[in-house]
Design a protein around this ligand. Structure first.
Ligand SMILES: Cc1ncc(COP(=O)(O)O)c(C=O)c1O
Length: 375
């Protein structure tokens, strides 16, 4: 793989050694070009060329379908991950006394929308991590006859623990429970096929490993579950004849498209499409290998200078996020100090969080290690 070529498509590399894809990632040069084309067209032509963008959105939907190994019609564009969680949380046919299970270390986007169901009599249950891992047996123990849904991240935002979606999905299917995946910390870096992994609902914004902008993400809803959910947020674009503005015909689209509701973030979707196109061109399994190689190297170098890696690095648990303990330093200060040196990392849960993507290099990691060694 010609990584130098793809690296040259990441303008961020001119100025920064950027290891913060788990926060808000830089966009690709292709995404930048797509946005520029869209803004130029809007400034110069207004909506005269609208058909071009309507067409592009459908192309991006097909790309998202390839990314998830899903039928493109089962994908809706949403403005962020939370919106996807909310669509399922608020539309699900709960009965008082039902419960929803998630991990205690989940990001708040996958916590509050479920907690917010308390007024509808839905109990919110969390599974604590043990020995820095989330155990499938613990998820199994949290489930009972009133559990209707399990919601979990592909990769945990602070620890970097990669959940075994196949195993959790299989457990859910066995017990007749629905499975929601917050995929934002894994999608683009690790393969995920909704045909192979038993996922019922999935959401991810594009601003992390997909190298898109904030405000343009994707929602997948299994086709046969569309009618089970009450369609929250219905608007002009939710119905079959969405563009026949003069005709009122309230028949909802028979797929995830009903949650697209209104006008879309066209520029953001175009940017997302440009980046996803590049990721698919490289190949997600190839990216996963590269991210694993880089994070393995980072962990080896960290061990050499006596730093303890918090993240589980068992092969099946690894992700693009490496969480490190810095007991004798303030992680917030380190993050600030390193930024002045052109090295971008982050901190979460009192630990350093380093999240490289495919275009980073071992030389950049060496720079980071050098800074860490002299803290
Ligand atoms: C696991 C996880 N989910 C969701 C988000 C972001 O949520 P949203 O796309 O709603 O802003 C983050 C961002 O840090 C995250 O780590």
């Amino acid at each position: 793989m010609d990584w130098t070529h793809y690296r040259s498509e990441m303008p961020i590399t001119r100025r920064w050694a950027f290891f913060d894809h788990a926060a808000v990632a830089p966009i690709t040069a292709r995404a930048q070009k797509a946005i520029n084309e869209w803004t130029a067209d809007m400034a110069e032509n207004g909506d005269v060329m609208e058909h071009r963008w309507v067409q592009r959105i459908e192309e991006v939907r097909r790309l998202a379908g390839r990314l998830l190994d899903a039928d493109p019609v089962d994908i809706a564009f949403i403005k962020n991950t939370r919106e996807g969680v909310g669509i399922v949380a608020e539309g699900f046919p709960w009965k008082p006394g039902d419960n929803v299970v998630t991990a205690a270390e989940e990001y708040p986007a996958n916590i509050y929308p479920w907690m917010n169901l308390a007024s509808r009599g839905v109990e919110f249950r969390t599974v604590p991590s043990r020995d820095r891992r989330i155990w499938i047996d613990d998820i199994g123990s949290a489930i009972d006859s009133r559990t209707r849904l399990v919601s979990l991240s592909f990769v945990e935002f602070a620890s970097g623990f990669r959940n075994d979606l196949d195993a959790v999905g299989a457990l859910c299917r066995e017990r007749g429970i629905y499975f929601f995946v917050d995929a934002i910390q894994g999608l683009g870096a690790f393969p995920l096929s909704v045909r192979q992994t038993p996922v019922d609902f999935l959401a991810a914004d594009g601003h992390k490993w997909l190298l898109g902008t904030e405000g343009a993400g994707i929602l997948y809803v299994r086709r046969d579950l569309v009618d089970m959910l009450h369609a929250v947020g219905v608007g002009w674009n939710s119905v079959i004849g969405a563009r026949s503005f003069g005709t009122i015909d309230f028949r909802l689209k028979p797929n995830a498209g009903r949650w697209e509701s209104g006008s879309l973030n066209v520029g953001g979707i175009a940017a997302l499409g440009a980046s996803v196109e590049m990721l698919l061109e490289i190949g997600i399994p190839t990216i996963a290998e590269r991210v694993t190689e880089l994070t393995d190297y980072l962990c080896e170098r960290a061990a050499e200078i006596g730093l303890e890696v918090y993240s589980s690095r068992r092969p099946e648990d690894k992700s693009g996020i490496v969480s490190m303990l810095v007991p004798h330093a303030d992680p917030i200060q380190l993050v600030r100090r390193f930024k002045k040196e052109g090295v971008v990392i982050n901190q979460r849960a009192g630990r350093l969080r380093v999240s490289p993507h495919f275009y980073n290099t071992q030389t950049e990691i060496d720079r980071l290690i050098d800074l860490l060694q002299h803290t």
